[in-house]
Design a protein around this ligand. Structure first.
Ligand code: 5GP
Ligand code: ZN
Length: 112
């Protein structure tokens, strides 16, 4: 499958990893929008939030257990934002589920 994040998960395209286990990978965004900008992905291909099913519950729960560990390791004690863009209106550009972790400065008040 021609998927950028599947290739990153497989190590075929290099990334700056900040966390990895058997199920998920976290790496720095190539075009950071905040001092800390990390992407957390499942290693298995899920196209977006819209494709999450009950089969993925444990995996999604695991992602959200690891996110605070990454935030703590990055020193984001002042807070951070977790974002997942889903579909064209949200301007999703990579069609492999990913959660942005953004922090390291006060973020804009508005969500959109
Ligand atoms: P989306 O717009 O789909 O929510 O987010 C995709 C993100 O992937 C963007 O923030 C973009 O900068 C990032 N990105 C795109 N290509 C690469 C890449 O090759 N490596 C890394 N580390 N990030 C990428
Ligand atoms: Zn993929």
């Amino acid at each position: 499958m021609d998927c950028l994040f599947c290739k990153i998960a497989a190590g075929e395209i290099p990334s700056t990893k900040v966390y990895e286990d058997d199920r998920i990978l976290a790496f720095r965004d190539i075009a950071p929008q905040a001092p800390t900008h990390i992407l957390v992905i499942p290693k298995t291909h899920i196209p977006s939030v819209a494709a999450i099913t009950p089969e993925h519950s444990a995996l999604i729960g695991h992602i959200f257990e690891v996110i605070p560990q990454i935030a703590q390791a990055e020193g984001l004690e002042n807070g951070y934002r977790v974002v997942s863009n889903c579909g064209p209106d949200a301007r999703q550009t990579v069609h492999h589920l990913h959660f942005h972790i953004l922090g390291g400065r006060p973020l804009e008040a508005q969500m959109a």
